[in-house]
Design a protein around this ligand. Structure first.
Ligand SMILES: NC(=O)c1ccc[n+]([C@@H]2O[C@H](COP(=O)([O-])OP(=O)(O)OC[C@H]3O[C@@H](n4cnc5c(N)ncnc54)[C@H](OP(=O)(O)O)[C@@H]3O)[C@@H](O)[C@H]2O)c1
Length: 322
């Protein structure tokens, strides 16, 4: 089968489509024929080698953290699925490889795909949707009437957090780039502010801040109300390791006020995402669809900034004979 891999750290051009063996589903696993997968912002840092200090670097490495597709085969002990079922899900925590013709994943990483979306559009959601849900509900406990600030509101996670914040009844302020201010208002933000001209000191107070940027954490935290909660999803890209350590320490010292987590959703959370989409509370935001062969261009575009929602890779459309 085809799988996107890289054999050394570097710019987007290190990504290539290789022929690799099709995995076999082990006990408790499901083999999924992948229809589409999203381009993960976190992975561009891995690909570039910015996180190489965190562990041993074994090559080749694969990309893609979430996917949509159809069940192709069941491993021993799996009874909940049948061949042909339309599913969506995430790779195991910290594992990548969804931009491939097939993935073998534990069945707890899957849920039924929403009936009201194509498998191509739905691919924008499993990772960003579950991240936004966990951040705003379990971590921040956002409730109706609260004021929510989404910093990085037009990207993969932010564009879902804006929708979910509105669905939960919050007043949503979005910090976004100049050309995206009207766009993010159409998505549901009550107030849209340009992050290039609005600093933390220009902002009011918020009950919840969702930060997917990671710079100036102290200045943003000072914009919280007395009982406010900030969820930090990202680290300062320029100083990533220092940012990880200092944000981690601050979250340990003020766990009520600063929440840090790494998205690792349960099967119930993925199924809840299906329900939210079918109920119309969340819709996928697809910026551009790329064929698998254009994966390097998709990473280049994400690195360049300005994304609206997610870049999606059409895996099935490029398969021979389809
Ligand atoms: N902890 C977790 O479990 C978890 C889960 C998912 C994602 N993440 C992390 O969260 C981050 C964002 O992910 P994503 O998929 O949403 O990325 P993305 O699609 O690239 O979106 C990032 C957004 O941030 C905006 N932005 C950049 N600089 C900004 C600034 N100074 N002020 C305000 N907004 C700014 C960008 O706007 P422009 O492009 O217009 O500049 C873009 O809309 C990544 O670092 C990812 O690793 C963490």
């Amino acid at each position: 089968m085809r799988a996107v891999q890289y054999h050394r750290f570097g710019p987007p051009e290190v990504l290539r489509v290789d022929e690799v063996p099709t995995p076999r589903p082990g006990p408790g696993e499901v083999l999924v024929e992948v229809w589409a997968a999203s381009v993960d912002a976190g992975e561009t840092a891995f690909r570039a080698g910015r996180l190489r200090a965190l562990g041993r670097s074994r090559f080749p490495r694969r990309v893609g953290g979430d996917f949509t597709g159809r069940v192709a085969a069941l491993g021993p002990g799996v009874t909940a699925w049948r061949a042909g079922d339309e599913v969506w899900g995430l790779m195991p925590h910290f594992a990548f490889g969804a931009i491939a013709d097939h993935v073998a994943v534990p069945e707890r990483r899957l849920a039924r795909a929403p009936k009201n979306l194509s498998l191509l559009d739905a691919a924008a959601l499993p990772s960003s949707g579950t991240t936004a849900m966990t951040a705003l509900t379990d971590k921040a406990g956002l409730v109706a009437g609260e004021r929510l600030l989404v910093r990085g509101a037009t990207g993969g996670v932010g564009s879902i957090a804006v929708q979910l914040g509105k669905a939960l009844g919050a007043h949503v302020t979005a910090l976004a780039g100049t050309r995206n201010l009207d766009w993010v208002t159409d998505l549901g933000a009550d107030t849209a502010l340009d992050y290039r001209t609005t600093g933390p000191a220009d902002l009011g107070r918020f009950d919840v801040i969702l930060d997917v940027v990671g710079t100036e954490p102290t200045a943003y935290r000072s914009r919280l109300t007395r009982h406010g909660r900030m969820v930090a999803l990202a680290f300062d890209h320029e100083h990533i390791l220092t940012s990880m350590v200092t944000t981690g320490l601050r979250a340990a010292l003020s766990p009520r006020r600063l929440k840090l987590f790494s998205n690792n959703p349960s099967a119930a959370r993925i199924a809840e995402l299906t329900e939210s989409v079918e109920a119309g509370r969340i819709r996928p935001v697809v910026d551009t669809v790329f064929p698998m062969a254009d994966i390097a261009e998709a990473h280049r575009r994400l690195d360049a900034g300005g994304v609206r929602g997610k870049f999606v890779i059409d895996v099935h459309g490029g398969r021979s004979g389809t």
